[in-house]
Design a protein around this ligand. Structure first.
Ligand SMILES: [Zn+2]
Length: 111
């Protein structure tokens, strides 16, 4: 007895399954084409977010809009990690590796 159940499809069922999956993928792509900003927050759609208000003001972008916000999240995590380190090790200097990672992230988002 195995802990995974395998369903064996005959060739006709497998073909039908593939067609249904392809139709769903195509429909999902068409929906994305109709509303390419559908995943964005209201602030981003209104171009009121940090990408438009701060990042683009500093020159042509190296990061896409989505990439910028992902990088921003990484910066926040880096900062949280440094804060946690300082709280746990109040008398020790912050390791260069943590600082370098935070600096690189902030450079990428032009913070
Ligand atoms: Zn945005």
């Amino acid at each position: 007895m195995t802990d995974t159940m395998h369903i064996v499809l005959n060739q006709e069922d497998a073909q039908l399954f593939t067609e249904i999956r392809d139709s769903i993928d195509k429909l999902a792509q068409e929906l994305r084409n109709l509303n390419p900003d559908g995943h964005l927050s209201d602030v981003c759609r209104r171009k009121g977010c940090s990408y438009y208000k701060h990042y683009l003001a500093m020159g042509p972008p190296d990061l896409t809009h989505d990439g910028f916000h992902a990088a921003e999240e990484i910066c926040v995590k880096n900062q949280e990690q440094i804060t946690r380190y300082v709280e746990l090790n109040p008398d020790k200097p912050i390791p260069a590796e943590l600082m370098d990672r935070a600096d690189e992230g902030e450079r990428r988002v032009r913070a």
